[in-house]
Design a protein around this ligand. Sequence first.
Ligand SMILES: Cc1cc2nc3c(=O)[nH]c(=O)nc-3n(C[C@H](O)[C@H](O)[C@H](O)COP(=O)(O)OP(=O)(O)OC[C@H]3O[C@@H](n4cnc5c(N)ncnc54)[C@H](O)[C@@H]3O)c2cc1C
Length: 258
Amino acid sequence: MAPYAADWWNKAEFPAQILPKLAALELSTPVHRGYSHLFAGLVIAEITRVDTSLATFFLVHHDLFVESLHTFGTEDQKQRLLADASELRTTGAFALTEPLHGSDVAGGMETRARRISSSTGEADDDGDTWVLNGAKRWIGNGTFCDYMLVWARDEADGSVRGFIVDATLPGVSRSRIENKIALRTVQNADIVFKDVRVSETDRFGGISSFEDTKELLRRLADHGGLAGGGPAGSRRSTSPGSTRWKGTSSAGHWPTSS
Ligand SMILES: Cc1cc2nc3c(=O)[nH]c(=O)nc-3n(C[C@H](O)[C@H](O)[C@H](O)COP(=O)(O)OP(=O)(O)OC[C@H]3O[C@@H](n4cnc5c(N)ncnc54)[C@H](O)[C@@H]3O)c2cc1C
């Protein structure tokens, strides 16, 4: 990636053509291939050293999408989605932030989900379909991903739920956020959901409140590169001569450098 990274950055262009080559390196989802969390962090650190925005693509796809599926997906969802996502044949996004709600999204989430029966189209507590309406903003990989994990408030009881949304479903529209001054290679999207019908089988298993969502994010922060790899790689890129891998952090998870 290194020889091309500046060009991709200047053009604000995500190089989708490299995904098959990256997959062939078998570095995606390293922990699930039997590698350590330390190794997962080092993969992110090395990509970050080349370009933070390419690392962000990896973190969103692997840590926020694939790892979420591993941690909280139903068996059926794992069977259907994990193999392709792990091999980068499909890509994913994590859609939580909204145009008017970032830090305060827990209390302010406006995206709504209504459970209905697909045969009658009427609200039904046991229905087989959910109807999503709302908008998300700043969603990494959102312009080109195949699937997105979308967080929405259940109209029936106000609880926050997750949905695996196929980006090609009718009612999903996405547009690229232009003129970023940082992380230019990773693509961020504004996404609008207008009466998007999602099957009950795509309601994200195991999540029925914002507390569950927070718990998921807490677990992901303990994983792979999210917490340690990025900062370590940035440090290496800014002081390459003085930085070398030394050992692990006091918690034993992350490489430290000197
Ligand atoms: C490059 C990029 C990629 C992103 N990718 C994703 C993604 O893939 N998926 C996704 O869901 N979101 C994504 N986001 C959104 C990101 O998670 C939000 O930007 C973040 O949650 C902060 O929200 P905000 O930008 O609305 O800032 P705000 O919530 O408006 O906060 C602005 C500032 O005010 C401070 N602040 C806010 N509330 C308080 C308070 N009560 N007390 C004191 N200080 C406060 C904050 O710390 C911050 O410094 C991305 C953002 C960027 C820039």
